[in-house]
Design a binder for this molecule. Structure first.
Ligand SMILES: O=C1C[C@@H](O)[C@H](O)[C@@H](O)C1=O
Ligand SMILES: [Co+2]
Length: 304
């Protein structure tokens, strides 16, 4: 089995943050598109059905499920209540054979706000809140381990853990055996303007990866206009690797040289009406094949 599996997230077809986007794209369409483009699987989206139906549809296409986002509320609900919700999440992940839980602390997030400037308005935790979040994440790690699942903490724009400094603090104050890092190129680039330092400093903690590309002109425009998170991605700030301005070669090289074993999931929230998701999947796969893996481009799986 290959050390690295390549996935593409449902977010280009349908977006959990704005459910009206791509409402016409169903599960079968998403799965067939990504299988045909040559990807190994995907993450669970908010519109997915229960485990039995997911498993039936993935098995038919020989694809698999990498993980699922978990909106964590350790600060709002306390560790005990948040952990109960997380345990249910792990049960679902186990039922669909997913190896990682993508965790983001969502208390105080502005990522779904329709007015907050995503570039300036995020909340900063105090020391007591930091301690609570880190203790809660360690508890998540203990729960996940019972199900053979890893916690992949997702640093994310507009949340309490966004910047490299904040991610450093989270990594320093959680148990490496219990809490891993989800490294997302797009989020750390937009946050800090540097996407390699975070990876270099925490390579050994990385258990899951999101390849999100950035269109720098649209990012600058969104910043200048003080847009919200949703406003920024609707303004075209994110795209798939091969279509934006980030260079994924050093990222892939660092992961490979460090013996990374796990999923790399292409993840670009865009309006599917403006950016055809199947075309975007092919663009990303061609880039991965030719620029990262050094193999011929664009072999659809049924032609391989
Ligand atoms: O991993 C992610 C999940 C999405 O729901 C989120 O909004 C997106 O930006 C992301 O990186
Ligand atoms: Co992500």
């Amino acid at each position: 089995m290959a050390d690295i599996k390549w996935g593409i997230a449902p977010i280009g077809w349908r977006n959990d943050d704005i459910p009206s986007i791509g409402a016409d794209n169903n599960l079968e369409q998403l799965f067939s598109d990504l299988a045909l483009a040559g990807f190994d699987g995907t993450e669970v989206g908010g519109f997915f059905p229960g485990p039995d139906e997911i498993n039936k549809q993935t098995q038919m296409r020989q694809i698999s499920i990498a993980g699922q986002w978990f909106s964590s509320y350790i600060l709002r609900d306390g560790i005990e209540k948040a952990s109960e919700a997380f345990e249910k999440h792990c049960q679902f992940l186990k039922a669909v054979g997913a190896p990682v839980a993508v965790v983001s602390e969502q208390t105080h997030t502005i990522q779904r706000s329709d007015s907050a400037n995503i570039f300036t308005d995020k909340y900063h935790m105090n020391d007591q809140e930091w301690d609570q979040v880190c203790a809660g994440l360690n508890e998540y790690g203990r729960i996940a381990a019972k199900y053979g699942i890893k916690v992949a903490y997702h640093h994310h724009m507009g949340t309490v853990v966004q910047t490299k400094e904040e991610t450093d603090r989270l990594m320093a104050n959680t148990d490496p055996q219990l809490v891993g890092l989800l490294y997302d190129t797009g989020h750390i680039y937009v946050s800090d303007g540097d996407y390699l330092s975070l990876l270099k400093d925490h390579l050994d903690r990385v258990v899951h990866v999101h390849f999100k590309d950035v269109r720098k002109a649209q990012e600058a425009d969104s910043k200048e206009k003080g847009l919200t998170f949703q406003g920024s991605f609707m303004n075209g700030m994110f795209t798939v690797p091969g279509d934006g301005d980030l260079d994924f070669k050093p990222v892939y090289q660092l992961l490979k040289d460090n013996g990374y074993k796990g999923w790399i999931v292409v993840e670009a929230e865009q309006d599917p009406k403006k950016h055809d998701p199947f075309e975007m999947a092919l663009t990303a796969k061609n880039y991965i094949d030719t620029e990262l893996l050094g193999q011929p481009a664009g072999k659809l799986t049924h032609l391989a």
